[in-house]
Design a protein around this ligand. Sequence first.
Ligand code: IZC
Ligand code: ZN
Length: 416
Amino acid sequence: MELLLNNIGLLATSTGTAAKKGALQREITLIPNAAIGIRDGKIAYVGSAPASATAPASATAPPTAAKTIDCSGKLVTPGLVDAHTHLVFGGWRQNELILKQEGKSYLDILKSGGGILSTVKCTRAASEAELFDKSMAHLSEMLKLGVTTCEAKSGYGLSTADEIKQLRVIKALDKAQAIDIVPTFMGAHAIPDEYKENRAGYISLLINEMLPAIANEKLAKFCDIFCETSVFTPEESGCILNAAKKYGMTPKIHADEIDPIGGAQIAADVSAISAEHLINASDEGIKALAEKDVIAVLLPATSFYLNKPYARARAMIEADIAVAIATDFNPGSSPGLNMQLAMNIACLKYNMTPAEVLTAATLNSAAAINRAEACGSIEVGKQADIVIWDAPDIEYILYRYGSNLVRTVIKNGIIM
Ligand code: IZC
Ligand code: ZN
């Protein structure tokens, strides 16, 4: 072994290579006094801690290793997976803080040419190098906060060249630093100004020019859409996501975030891997998601930031839906990238148990971006993506808030 994590006070992890739903979401594995062995960047041993780091290896005894980390009796979990971010963008939108305090809603700001459209202007004006440097700083902060895999969407270009620019930056970022980044094409994030009077023209551009160009460069695994009042209708969303499938992109959908317009049903209709937000999902919507095994990616920090209601996570878990949690990091509705904070809010406001939250932020979020075979749990054969916490148990990390409780992050077996 290259590396042995020894003297782990408590190892807490979900297990498996698929999302956990219903009661299974809270059935996690807890191993007190544990050790983890790592070889070639992968987990090669999980079990009881050796009496000493030099104890001989055997079938049941833990292995020896070239290097040992003493975890000092602390909690160890899988690395966190942030399954929903709008990571790459130009500028910020602090001007919207005052507008919101004056009573303007998120959609009012967007309709008057601000919101997403103001980020589109800044992103178009930024060079690839500028976007890269800015996002590198954010990724470095995310890693320190315990994130070892994330998803990143385009959607601030809204022209073929600018969407490709954002996706190329995402690809370069994935290569340049430790966090694995899974790319999503989200050209259907808003109708750009130049197509304001020609929605059909923009949808045609999305389907007939952007999708083939992005598929041709293999720049996206998923295609996402903002299905929302005055953005894209459920019918348009279904049409664009079905087109994306033909280009090998798996559908995702921003559904029922602000208004309950039936986004959850569309997610089920197109067999999306996940539906995101779901703040106002109806009972029928929840039923439809459950029937089609769509993962609910809930974004509690966005409800907090927009002062909106919280998604009905308990109803979803009871309906046998797998719930994942993500930050929604973006310059408008969630200008924060702290997964630990999203987990705190999920526990407090969704009333999810600490075990459910752990699964939501690791295995289920990995499944929501089709990475559950590789990461999201601490099991032999998976990537050695691990967090050592300054905490004794998961209850503690969900009870404390506002501090970074990560002590050490290990990514692919390397100490960060
Ligand atoms: O920039 O406002 N909800 N898209 C859908 C966002 C939030 C990002 C933004
Ligand atoms: Zn989003």
